[in-house]
Design a binder for this molecule. Structure first.
Ligand SMILES: Cc1ncc(COP(=O)(O)O)c(C=O)c1O
Length: 501
């Protein structure tokens, strides 16, 4: 009989057996090299400082961490929508709907929340804790299809919709399908939301950058053509284009004319189009209303292969932790739809309560329903407040030396550009770090405000930015802005002798 020890020493005869099988050296190198700045060095440091404040509250020049690094509204006290939570509560503890409890329940919950919970429980045969269909509950997908039809004025097929645990899962799944070799390339915007570069690194594929134009954050078809031609001439098999609209981190919203040009470009160049539309209800401008890629594809009668993504994490819902989202697949080959179903089946099913939140997002209370008034009031209150905060923060950034910032037309972020003094750029170089990272770390250490350096999203060479959400609550907004202004003015003052200012 061969013992485990004997086997081990046979494999490592010199006795040099490493203590662990899984080490930094042996692990999947694609994951080792993958980066995700939104939860990178600065938020990690912010967590450390948060812990420090718990045990030594007076040890830092600020009293709390202000997490502006991530679009996570409820972390900054955004109130969840009452109807969504009422339905979820009733579904989670369905005993409240039993005949012996229902009278008590009626005193606490409105009738339409009770009816919705009963209906949604019926979709899952009463079992909110059971696996569902791998593509998501059929009735919820039907509601998503109706929502898309009403939004765009064109038909949508429930069988082309796949519910997922957040839009991230949907994006990863589609990229998984597309990448068949390390030579496959996907065009991504710069700046971009780092889910895309991270996933392409993990899948060992090529990210082909195209730059957004900072004056209005629209896409230049000439730039797309240039980036594509360059990649193809170096032998890369470019298969897809990612567009984020409204933009993260830019806050830009694409005009319908620009969307039409992008669709035609993809069709001409034989590219699958990935439209990330998770911020579709976060629009603060009259001039650039949200128009979906699906609508333009339908209007043009285009045959372009399209995946569009949506989520419950953003908008006025902000249920990031519930993990709900979906993709709609348009003009996708039937056999690929089958493969996508197989891929979804391997993860069994998306989060059930996330699916339920998607259902409420796409099918909210209607006029005449008991909860309609409150639902609208809550949505409008959050929307107006986001709009005010976006404007106020942009004004603050634009009032500062060496800083310019486009207004947020949409999404939850501002992406101000900073003109750093040469002396500081040299100092950062000596530290072996990018100047925007050093600036953001210093901001955190002196104000407790955690933002993400522009280099985490990519930026036009030679320019520097950071991304900040405008999510701190209005009651704390002036304090947040003043803290930032003080830091920035002080920072620039220190380098004011630099010849570049
Ligand atoms: C552009 C964009 N796409 C996708 C996501 C992921 O969203 P989810 O929470 O639904 O996974 C985010 C999250 O911030 C995002 O900004």
């Amino acid at each position: 009989m061969v013992t485990a020890n004997a086997t081990a020493s046979a494999a490592h005869p010199s006795g040099t057996r490493p203590s662990k099988v899984l080490t930094l050296e042996s692990m999947n190198p694609n994951i080792r090299t993958m980066e995700y700045a939104v939860r990178g060095a600065i938020p990690i440091k912010a967590d450390e400082l948060r812990e420090q404040l718990k045990t030594q509250p007076n040890s830092l020049p600020f009293k709390q961490i202000t997490p502006c690094n991530i679009g996570n509204p409820q972390q900054l006290n955004q109130k969840p929508l009452t109807f969504l939570r009422q339905v979820s509560a009733l579904m989670e503890y369905a005993d409240l709907l039993k005949p012996e409890m229902i009278e008590t329940t009626r005193k606490l919950f409105p009738e339409d929340a009770i009816e919705r919970a009963k209906r949604n429980l019926a979709y899952v045969s009463g079992a909110a804790g059971a696996y569902t269909h791998s593509l998501g509950i059929h009735e919820v997908r039907q509601n998503v299809a109706r929502f898309i039809e009403q939004r765009d004025g064109f038909p949508a097929n429930p069988n082309s919709i796949c519910l997922t645990s957040g839009a991230s899962g949907a994006v990863e799944r589609v990229l998984d399908m597309l990448i068949s070799s390390p030579n496959v390339g996907v065009m991504i915007p710069i700046p971009q939301y780092p889910l895309y570069t991270a996933t392409l690194t993990r899948l060992n594929a090529q990210a082909i950058p195209y730059y957004l134009q900072e004056e209005d954050w629209q896409l230049s078809i000439g730039d797309l053509e240039g980036a594509l031609a360059k990649a193809r001439s170096s032998g890369i098999d470019v298969r897809a284009l990612v567009v984020i609209n409204p933009g993260n981190p830019t806050g830009g919203c694409l005009l319908d004319s620009n969307i039409a040009e992008i669709v035609q470009f993809c069709e001409r160049e034989h590219l699958v189009l990935l439209a990330d539309e998770v911020y579709q209800t976060n629009i603060y401008t009259e001039t650039n209303p949200f128009v979906s890629f699906k609508k333009i594809v339908s209007q043009l009668g285009s045959q372009v292969e399209l995946f569009s993504f949506h989520s419950i994490s953003k908008g006025m819902i902000g249920e990031c932790g519930r993990r709900g989202g979906y993709y709609e697949a348009v003009n996708i080959d039937e056999q690929i739809m089958g493969q996508l179903f197989k891929l979804a089946s391997v993860s069994l099913c998306p989060n059930v309560m996330g699916q339920m939140a998607v259902d409420i997002m796409v099918n909210p209370p209607k006029p005449g329903d008991q909860s309609y008034g409150l639902y609208q009031e809550e949505i409008d209150g959050i929307y107006q407040s986001l709009k005010r905060r976006a404007k106020k923060l942009a004004e603050a950034f634009n009032s500062l030396p060496n800083m310019t910032c486009n207004d947020a037309q949409g999404a939850m972020y501002l992406f101000p550009k900073i003109e750093f003094p040469q002396a500081f750029i040299d100092e950062a170089k000596q530290l072996g770090q990018s100047p925007d990272s050093v600036y953001c770390m210093r901001m955190l250490e002196s104000t407790g405000i955690s933002v993400v350096p522009g280099s985490g999203f990519g930026q036009y060479p030679g320019t520097f930015h950071f991304r900040s959400t405008f999510l701190p609550p209005e009651s704390l907004f002036d304090e947040f802005i003043n803290g930032f202004k003080h830091f920035h003015t002080d920072f620039m003052g220190r380098y004011s002798s630099s010849p570049k200012i």
